[in-house]
Design a protein around this ligand. Structure first.
Ligand code: ZN
Length: 157
Protein backbone atom coordinates (compact mmCIF):
# COMPACT_ATOMS: atom_id res chain seq x y z
CA UNK A 1 0.00 0.00 0.00
CA UNK A 2 2.69 2.39 1.03
CA UNK A 3 4.74 1.62 -2.06
CA UNK A 4 1.88 2.00 -4.50
CA UNK A 5 1.21 5.47 -3.12
CA UNK A 6 4.78 6.48 -3.70
CA UNK A 7 4.68 5.07 -7.21
CA UNK A 8 1.52 6.93 -8.13
CA UNK A 9 2.92 10.15 -6.73
CA UNK A 10 6.01 9.80 -8.87
CA UNK A 11 3.93 9.02 -11.94
CA UNK A 12 1.73 12.06 -11.37
CA UNK A 13 4.56 14.44 -10.78
CA UNK A 14 6.22 13.17 -13.92
CA UNK A 15 3.04 13.77 -15.87
CA UNK A 16 2.77 17.25 -14.39
CA UNK A 17 6.32 18.12 -15.37
CA UNK A 18 5.70 16.88 -18.89
CA UNK A 19 2.64 19.06 -19.23
CA UNK A 20 3.94 22.22 -17.67
CA UNK A 21 7.11 22.58 -19.70
CA UNK A 22 7.22 23.61 -23.32
CA UNK A 23 8.50 21.10 -25.86
CA UNK A 24 11.85 22.76 -26.28
CA UNK A 25 14.63 21.64 -24.01
CA UNK A 26 16.37 24.99 -24.02
CA UNK A 27 15.39 27.65 -21.52
CA UNK A 28 16.15 31.36 -21.58
CA UNK A 29 16.23 33.27 -18.33
CA UNK A 30 14.38 36.57 -18.46
CA UNK A 31 12.29 35.33 -21.40
CA UNK A 32 8.65 34.30 -21.16
CA UNK A 33 8.55 30.45 -21.45
CA UNK A 34 6.02 30.62 -24.32
CA UNK A 35 8.76 32.23 -26.41
CA UNK A 36 11.52 29.70 -25.65
CA UNK A 37 10.71 27.45 -28.59
CA UNK A 38 11.00 30.28 -31.14
CA UNK A 39 14.10 31.75 -29.48
CA UNK A 40 15.72 28.33 -29.64
CA UNK A 41 14.64 27.93 -33.27
CA UNK A 42 16.21 31.31 -34.11
CA UNK A 43 19.55 30.08 -32.71
CA UNK A 44 19.20 26.84 -34.68
CA UNK A 45 18.42 28.68 -37.94
CA UNK A 46 21.51 30.86 -37.35
CA UNK A 47 23.61 27.75 -36.73
CA UNK A 48 22.36 26.15 -39.97
CA UNK A 49 23.84 29.21 -41.70
CA UNK A 50 27.16 28.98 -39.86
CA UNK A 51 26.39 31.74 -37.37
CA UNK A 52 26.47 31.62 -33.61
CA UNK A 53 23.99 33.63 -31.58
CA UNK A 54 23.54 32.96 -27.89
CA UNK A 55 20.45 35.00 -27.08
CA UNK A 56 20.80 34.53 -23.34
CA UNK A 57 24.45 35.62 -23.40
CA UNK A 58 23.38 38.72 -25.32
CA UNK A 59 21.19 39.60 -22.33
CA UNK A 60 17.97 39.79 -24.33
CA UNK A 61 14.79 39.63 -22.26
CA UNK A 62 11.25 39.21 -23.58
CA UNK A 63 7.63 39.25 -22.48
CA UNK A 64 4.21 38.76 -24.03
CA UNK A 65 1.95 41.60 -22.97
CA UNK A 66 -0.59 44.01 -24.37
CA UNK A 67 1.03 46.75 -26.46
CA UNK A 68 -1.32 49.73 -26.26
CA UNK A 69 -0.79 50.76 -29.91
CA UNK A 70 -2.89 49.70 -32.87
CA UNK A 71 -1.35 47.26 -35.38
CA UNK A 72 1.87 46.81 -33.45
CA UNK A 73 2.62 43.12 -32.99
CA UNK A 74 5.97 43.43 -31.32
CA UNK A 75 8.70 45.78 -30.24
CA UNK A 76 12.36 45.66 -29.42
CA UNK A 77 14.17 48.28 -27.39
CA UNK A 78 17.87 48.25 -27.92
CA UNK A 79 20.76 50.58 -27.51
CA UNK A 80 23.51 51.46 -25.12
CA UNK A 81 21.28 52.74 -22.35
CA UNK A 82 18.73 49.95 -22.16
CA UNK A 83 19.14 46.23 -22.05
CA UNK A 84 17.71 44.73 -25.22
CA UNK A 85 14.11 43.90 -24.46
CA UNK A 86 11.38 42.42 -26.66
CA UNK A 87 7.64 42.76 -26.16
CA UNK A 88 5.20 40.65 -28.18
CA UNK A 89 1.62 41.87 -28.21
CA UNK A 90 -0.67 39.49 -26.32
CA UNK A 91 -3.66 39.96 -28.64
CA UNK A 92 -1.48 39.31 -31.70
CA UNK A 93 -0.01 36.21 -30.02
CA UNK A 94 -3.43 34.78 -29.20
CA UNK A 95 -4.84 35.32 -32.69
CA UNK A 96 -1.90 34.30 -34.84
CA UNK A 97 -0.73 31.16 -36.59
CA UNK A 98 2.63 29.55 -35.73
CA UNK A 99 4.17 31.07 -38.89
CA UNK A 100 2.90 34.58 -38.10
CA UNK A 101 4.27 34.27 -34.57
CA UNK A 102 7.60 33.09 -35.93
CA UNK A 103 7.83 36.00 -38.37
CA UNK A 104 7.19 38.61 -35.67
CA UNK A 105 9.51 37.02 -33.08
CA UNK A 106 12.28 36.64 -35.71
CA UNK A 107 11.69 40.27 -36.80
CA UNK A 108 12.17 41.51 -33.23
CA UNK A 109 15.25 39.30 -32.79
CA UNK A 110 16.46 40.80 -36.08
CA UNK A 111 16.54 44.13 -34.24
CA UNK A 112 17.58 42.96 -30.78
CA UNK A 113 20.06 40.17 -31.64
CA UNK A 114 21.24 41.00 -35.19
CA UNK A 115 20.99 44.77 -34.61
CA UNK A 116 19.31 45.21 -38.00
CA UNK A 117 17.13 48.19 -38.86
CA UNK A 118 14.15 48.08 -41.19
CA UNK A 119 14.45 46.98 -44.81
CA UNK A 120 11.65 47.82 -47.21
CA UNK A 121 12.97 45.92 -50.23
CA UNK A 122 10.25 44.56 -52.43
CA UNK A 123 10.30 41.54 -54.73
CA UNK A 124 9.08 41.53 -58.36
CA UNK A 125 5.78 39.95 -57.29
CA UNK A 126 5.09 42.74 -54.78
CA UNK A 127 5.88 40.70 -51.66
CA UNK A 128 8.32 41.86 -48.99
CA UNK A 129 11.95 40.96 -49.65
CA UNK A 130 12.71 40.91 -45.94
CA UNK A 131 10.88 40.15 -42.73
CA UNK A 132 12.65 43.30 -41.46
CA UNK A 133 10.07 45.36 -43.32
CA UNK A 134 8.52 48.08 -41.18
CA UNK A 135 4.94 47.16 -42.02
CA UNK A 136 4.42 50.76 -43.13
CA UNK A 137 5.89 50.30 -46.64
CA UNK A 138 4.11 49.12 -49.77
CA UNK A 139 5.20 45.46 -49.85
CA UNK A 140 2.88 42.59 -49.01
CA UNK A 141 3.88 40.07 -46.33
CA UNK A 142 4.31 36.58 -47.73
CA UNK A 143 5.82 34.41 -45.01
CA UNK A 144 4.81 30.85 -45.81
CA UNK A 145 6.38 27.42 -45.67
CA UNK A 146 7.56 27.97 -49.26
CA UNK A 147 9.12 31.45 -48.79
CA UNK A 148 10.38 30.87 -45.26
CA UNK A 149 13.82 29.51 -46.17
CA UNK A 150 14.57 32.36 -48.53
CA UNK A 151 13.43 35.00 -46.03
CA UNK A 152 15.40 33.47 -43.15
CA UNK A 153 18.51 33.37 -45.40
CA UNK A 154 17.92 37.07 -46.03
CA UNK A 155 17.47 37.75 -42.30
CA UNK A 156 20.89 36.32 -41.43
CA UNK A 157 22.74 37.62 -44.50
ZN1 ZN B 1 10.70 46.51 -36.57
Amino acid sequence: MHYSRIISFVALSFLFTQCSEPETSKQFSGVEPQLWELFSLFEQEAQLRGLNYDIEALGITAVIEEIPREHVAGSCFFGQLVQNHITIDRTFWRNSSPLQREMVVFHELGHCALLRGHDESILANGTCGSIMRSGLGSCRDFYTSSSRDYLIDELFE
